[in-house]
Each structure stands twice: as C-alpha cells, then as structure tokens.
Design a protein around this ligand. Sequence first.
Ligand SMILES: *[C@@H]1O[C@H](CO)[C@@H](O)[C@H](O)[C@H]1NC(C)=O
Ligand SMILES: *[C@@H]1O[C@H](CO)[C@@H](O)[C@H](O)[C@H]1NC(C)=O
Ligand SMILES: *[C@@H]1O[C@H](CO)[C@@H](O)[C@H](O)[C@H]1NC(C)=O
Ligand SMILES: *[C@@H]1O[C@H](CO)[C@@H](O)[C@H](O)[C@H]1NC(C)=O
Ligand SMILES: *[C@@H]1O[C@H](CO)[C@@H](O)[C@H](O)[C@H]1NC(C)=O
Ligand SMILES: *[C@@H]1O[C@H](CO)[C@@H](O)[C@H](O)[C@H]1NC(C)=O
Ligand SMILES: *[C@@H]1O[C@H](CO)[C@@H](O)[C@H](O)[C@H]1NC(C)=O
Ligand SMILES: *[C@@H]1O[C@H](CO)[C@@H](O)[C@H](O)[C@H]1NC(C)=O
Ligand SMILES: *[C@@H]1O[C@H](CO)[C@@H](O)[C@H](O)[C@H]1NC(C)=O
Ligand SMILES: *[C@@H]1O[C@H](CO)[C@@H](O)[C@H](O)[C@H]1NC(C)=O
Ligand SMILES: *[C@@H]1O[C@H](CO)[C@@H](O)[C@H](O)[C@H]1NC(C)=O
Ligand SMILES: *[C@@H]1O[C@H](CO)[C@@H](O)[C@H](O)[C@H]1NC(C)=O
Length: 609
Amino acid sequence: MWTQLASLALAFTTLASPEFLQRAPRSLSPHSGFQDRHVGRQSASCTATWNGTRLTGAAEEAACRFTVRYGRAGRWEDSVAANQDGVDAAAFPKMCPQIGAVQSALATPLPSDEDCLFMTVYAPVNATAESKLPVFFWLHGGAYVHGSVSDSGFDGSKMAEEDDIVVVFAQYRLGVLGFLPPEGASTINDPNLAVRDAVLALNAVKTNIAAMGGDPSHVTLGGQSAGASLTRSLFTDARPAPLTLALLAVPAAKGLFHSAILQSDPLNFGSQTFENAADLREHVYGNATLANCTGECLKNVDLHSLLSVQDEVGAVAPFTIHGVPMGEVYRPQFNTTTLPSDPVSAIFNSPSTLAANISALPVLLSYTRNESGFTVDNFISGPQVANAFIFNVTVNKLLGAERAKAFLDAVVYPLVPGPDGMRTSLEIPLTDAVWRCVSLAVGAKYAAAGGTIFVGEWTKGTEYNAQGGYCSTPGAVCHSDDIYPTFESSPNVTANATGLANEIRPFWVSFIKTGSPGGSWKAFAANSTMADVYNLGNESAHAACPPGFWGDMVKWDWQVYSNTTNSTAPPPATSSPTGKKESGATTGSSVPGGVVLLVAVLGTVAVLS
Ligand SMILES: *[C@@H]1O[C@H](CO)[C@@H](O)[C@H](O)[C@H]1NC(C)=O
Ligand SMILES: *[C@@H]1O[C@H](CO)[C@@H](O)[C@H](O)[C@H]1NC(C)=O
Ligand SMILES: *[C@@H]1O[C@H](CO)[C@@H](O)[C@H](O)[C@H]1NC(C)=O
Ligand SMILES: *[C@@H]1O[C@H](CO)[C@@H](O)[C@H](O)[C@H]1NC(C)=O
Ligand SMILES: *[C@@H]1O[C@H](CO)[C@@H](O)[C@H](O)[C@H]1NC(C)=O
Ligand SMILES: *[C@@H]1O[C@H](CO)[C@@H](O)[C@H](O)[C@H]1NC(C)=O
Ligand SMILES: *[C@@H]1O[C@H](CO)[C@@H](O)[C@H](O)[C@H]1NC(C)=O
Ligand SMILES: *[C@@H]1O[C@H](CO)[C@@H](O)[C@H](O)[C@H]1NC(C)=O
Ligand SMILES: *[C@@H]1O[C@H](CO)[C@@H](O)[C@H](O)[C@H]1NC(C)=O
Ligand SMILES: *[C@@H]1O[C@H](CO)[C@@H](O)[C@H](O)[C@H]1NC(C)=O
Ligand SMILES: *[C@@H]1O[C@H](CO)[C@@H](O)[C@H](O)[C@H]1NC(C)=O
Ligand SMILES: *[C@@H]1O[C@H](CO)[C@@H](O)[C@H](O)[C@H]1NC(C)=O
C-alpha cells in the first residue's frame, strides 16, 4: 500500500512544478522606480574600503549598496575567507545553485553559480568609518533550497537612509551542496557547510563592517523562514569553521551578534538527525542518475544532475523517510561538532548548554496569522465546505497515525463552517502546530531560562507573491507577507503597504538599536499567554492556543524526532528506525475528488521556509 502511495506521490509531484513547496513565482511589478533602483547606478560617492580593497558600490537613493565576497569554497569543502579580486561591488552576485529563482526581484533572475558566497551591504550614503551604526544581518529563507540576496524585498536602503542602520543580506550554500556531502567527503561527519558559511559571513562583517559605517559590536542577526531556522541554529554553534576559531573562542552570542530576530521560523521542525541524513544520502547519491558516480566524479558532476536529483528527492522524501519534514528536507544536522544539540530541544531541556548566553541575547520572535495559508492550497484547491473525512485523512498524513488520533479525539479544532471552511479548518491547526503555538512555547521557555524575548503575531501583511489562492483571500496574512513591511520594500507602492511598513518598521528599528521593540510591546514571560503576544497590525488574531494541547497531548516534530541534547545518548524511544515508512493514511473508493483528494491523501506538512 505504501509503495503505491509513494508512486502516486511521485506521479503527483511530476505534475506539479518543481516549486511544489514554494509559492508561485510572483509576476513582476510594473512599478518602474523599483527596477530603476535595482539597476544600481555606480556612484562615486558610494565608495568604501573592505579589507584593504577600494570598492565602488551602487547608489540606491540616499543609500549605497555594495556587493562583497565573504568566502570561497570547493564543492563540499569548508568555506574560507577571501579577498575582493574581480568582484563588481555595484552588481548583484550570482545566486547559490538552485533550480528556478522563485523569489527574484530582478526582471532577469541571475544565474546560479557555486561561487556564491557573497553578501550585499546597504549603508547610508553619508556613513563613514566613524559612524558606528547598528548592523542588521539577514539570512534569507527559501526552504534551504532556494533564495538569494536578489530576492524580492531584500532592499535595505530604507532602513539605511531613514534609520541609520547598516543592513546586510547574506547568501549561503543550499540543498545538497550546503547540507549533504556524499560518502567520502571530508566534511561528512559535520555536514553543516551552510551553517559555517553564515558564521564566516558574520566574521567578515565583524572584521570589516566598520569601514562601511557599521559597529561590529552591535550586530542583530535575523532571518525569515529557513533563514530564521538557520539563525536559531547559530544559538548552538559552539565551534565554527577552523579558520574562525580564534575569533569565536568566545560564545557566538558575545562575539558575533548581540540580538536576534526570528521571523516565521517553523520551530516545530527539529534539526536533521544522523539517521535521516544517512537516508537522504542514500536517496540522493544512490539515485540512478548519480549512482555510477563517486569521489572525484561527484565533485565534478554537472550541477543540473545534482540539483534535479536533489529536488526530486526533496519532493518525495517527506513521504518515504520518517522524520523528514516537507519544506526543510535538507537542513542543519545536530549531534555534530558545529551543532551539538537540537536548538529547540536545548531551549526546552537544557538551556545552559546553548552556546549563546541566553541572558545576554534579546530575541524578537514573530509569525504571521495565516502562515500555512499557501500550504493548504497544495492539497485543497479552492474554496469548499469542510468535510470531516478529508479533514481526518489529511490530519493523519500531517501528524502520523498516533498524533492524529490524539488530535482528532480531542476535538479542539472543530470544522469551520462556510464556503471556504475546508481550507480554513486545516490552515488554523497547521499554523498553530508549525509556527504559532510552538512560538509561544519557545517564548515562555526562553523567558524561563532568563532570556528577554518579544513575541508578535502579524495580523496584517503585504502579500509577497500575488498568486491567487487562499493567500489572496481578503485579510489572509500568509508566510512571507512580513518581508516587505519589515524593510518597507514592497515593489508595489500602495498606501496600505507604506502605511503598514511605517506602523511596524519602528519596532524592528528600535529592537535593532536597543534590544527592545519599544512602544507597548512587553517582553514575554514564562507564564505568558496570547495576551502578551503583540498584535502587529491590530486586526483580529486567531483564538488562543488550546492549553496543554500542543507539545503535551500532541507532540511537536522535534519532540518526536530530535528530543535529545546529548550527542551520545541513544535515540528517544518515540523515534523510528532508519527508513521506516510512516503509516499511510487510509483511503477509500467512496471518496470523491481527483488530484485534490490525491493531494489530501498524500499531503504532509508542506511549508515554504
Ligand atoms: C498592487 O496592489 C494592489 C492593491 O493591493 C493589487 O490590486 C495589485 O495586484 C498589486 N500589484 C502587484 C504587482 O502585486
Ligand atoms: C582579507 O584579504 C586577504 C587577502 O587580501 C585575505 O587573505 C583575508 O582572508 C581577508 N580577510 C577577511 C576577513 O576578509
Ligand atoms: C546622514 O544625514 C542625515 C540627514 O542629515 C542624518 O539624519 C543622518 O543621521 C546622517 N547619517 C549618518 C550616518 O551620518
Ligand atoms: C551514469 O549512468 C548514466 C546512465 O546509465 C549515464 O548517462 C551517465 O553518463 C553515467 N555517468 C557517468 C559519470 O558515468
Ligand atoms: C532518480 O532519478 C531518476 C532520473 O533522474 C528520477 O526519475 C527518479 O525520480 C529518481 N528517484 C528518486 C527516488 O528520486
Ligand atoms: C551572560 O550574560 C549576563 C548578562 O549580560 C552576564 O551577567 C553573565 O555573566 C553572562 N554569562 C556568561 C557565562 O558569560
Ligand atoms: C474523524 O475522526 C474522529 C475522531 O477520531 C471520529 O470521531 C470521526 O468519526 C471521524 N470522521 C470521519 C468522517 O472519518
Ligand atoms: C487597505 O487596508 C484597508 C484597511 O485594512 C482595507 O480595508 C483595504 O481593503 C486595503 N486595500 C487594499 C487594496 O488591499
Ligand atoms: C505571571 O507571573 C507573575 C509573577 O511572576 C504575575 O504577576 C502574573 O500575574 C502572572 N501572569 C499570568 C498570566 O498568570
Ligand atoms: C524530551 O527530553 C527530556 C529530557 O530528557 C524529557 O524530560 C522529556 O520527557 C522528553 N520529551 C519527549 C516528548 O520525549
Ligand atoms: C550523555 O551521555 C553519556 C553517555 O551515555 C553520559 O555519560 C553523560 O552523562 C550524558 N550527559 C548528559 C548531560 O546527560
Ligand atoms: C550521533 O552521531 C554518532 C556518529 O557521529 C552516531 O553514531 C549516533 O548514533 C548519533 N546519535 C544520535 C542520537 O543521533
């Protein structure tokens, strides 16, 4: 039965675009100002010295944008610091290898290249080496398989010119190139190449950012979606790349960043287990396309073969490998030197083992009210009245039989009435499970461990990828709808987009400058509830998280798959052996619906992150 479902899944994903996990490519904005700004005029006033090299960046109104190389790396080798030879500081860098540029801001998306360890720096045009401005260092999202510094909305010029903040966007290696070296690679036992890329970039910022007006001792690390998950990983990054050890003998929080912003981190997902990584390697490198290639052959195999298999496996693995979530198939692996423990597990079970000093690291944690809105479109196409059978079957696929039974028997998420009730009935618990309620729980634990943390829910947003579907229904605040308001960078300059950005950006600016968002936004406490979640947008929020439900009656993914903070401890009893298939949901001939139902049966947690 499972084999049948798996091959159906394969059939379905072949029908779907390779961006199955992603929101559809956005139609490019006709707004010409945006395009003009990104063409980037080389400007004599935009010059700066970075590690001894004179750079001429691009003028973005009253800000300058510089492209800087922070590293070089051979395939599956650790990245090392590098100089600026041959770098055009006024042009966007090529993206790290990925198929399709699903979020590009550019009319003609840039090509992929393995030589991709670059960042863009936005600084006020009048900044000098004496300015010592706070730095906002951002890691992009894209499910760990997509994204770049040329993504839509990654424009720090507003924050630079209006708020005197130096904004940095950094690329890091993606997919199998960033997280899954093959057997025989020197990095196989600690495969967190992308995590160490991020640390190398932070180190380059620490060493050089003063020349662009930044204060190296005042860096806020942030990111959205997978970029937030990566930020989370850096909390436990105890021992980064060998070359940077000298700088990082001090804990990461003290040396490289002093506060953190996590936007829409799917905190429900744990880090990769040793077993899951082994299974994925088998799927990827054992695939017919690559199986006859090892060692030097793999190191030189063409990118297209590698990425095709990566994406094929990425679409199927969540159905065939127990514990691999759809949306973060390739991800940082814990129980390694770089990442000794799973960060969320450590926050809950042993906060003192985190590399970051919690009491010295203020955190701003936010999620959007309808995070999973586009996910439900993946298995319920269009408005329809809620149906208990489809609901049960989908929940079974999402949570696995054991957790689904606890979920359904408790009936704390009743079916929602109305013509769009089916999608809404699933969107609410899915958002709660993967983002919302786990964010509240992490907030409480972080506070209990002595940390200062601010939790906010975006009840208004600016649609990131106009694509129709659930996310285009009035009022929906979906995953990524917080990006434009954060940077006030919507290509579609409307009164609403500008109004929202002006309402919300000051909280971010204040947090970056002072470690507190200010206004009436109170820190979360160990006993806080929804009442202490700041309402960003002032529209109605979902109902409170059901008490004692998530993480207790129904476990989070990380509790089931990566609840261990001891690298030598045996796997938890709830964890399944390598490669064990998840129990498939029951299906029935009486059930109507073609592809939609097929997806309902096969769908698991599909999230862009
Ligand atoms: C710009 O915003 C308006 C109003 O929200 C919307 O109708 C239009 O589709 C948007 N255009 C793009 C390109 O997103
Ligand atoms: C600075 O440049 C030199 C070569 O000019 C290079 O070896 C070094 O790694 C660079 N350091 C940083 C932190 O960028
Ligand atoms: C740049 O000039 C503006 C306008 O005078 C001022 O508000 C801002 O603080 C200046 N920024 C720096 C870094 O000097
Ligand atoms: C591996 O096998 C496939 C098909 O069997 C062939 O097309 C490909 O060229 C082979 N690759 C190498 C590196 O030998
Ligand atoms: C293995 O590769 C082939 C050819 O690219 C592809 O059709 C197939 O789906 C892959 N199998 C898996 C399990 O990804
Ligand atoms: C952690 O940070 C707090 C607050 O800044 C400080 O008092 C404490 O000494 C730090 N602990 C360590 C181990 O550095
Ligand atoms: C859905 O699951 C609940 C709880 O297990 C059960 O009571 C109900 O009969 C199921 N409904 C359908 C239509 O399967
Ligand atoms: C702008 O915001 C108002 C208030 O939230 C809302 O009623 C209106 O529909 C929005 N307009 C557009 C074009 O989205
Ligand atoms: C949380 O605990 C504090 C005292 O530590 C108390 O003042 C406050 O009322 C409590 N809040 C809730 C919601 O229980
Ligand atoms: C996770 O680990 C902690 C510490 O070992 C333990 O107290 C807790 O019960 C575990 N939770 C689950 C869901 O297994
Ligand atoms: C981790 O596991 C080892 C071996 O089982 C044990 O000796 C050690 O005490 C454990 N450490 C913690 C912190 O639980
Ligand atoms: C931790 O990694 C070691 C190999 O480095 C492996 O043998 C062990 O099973 C792993 N433990 C867990 C809990 O994943």
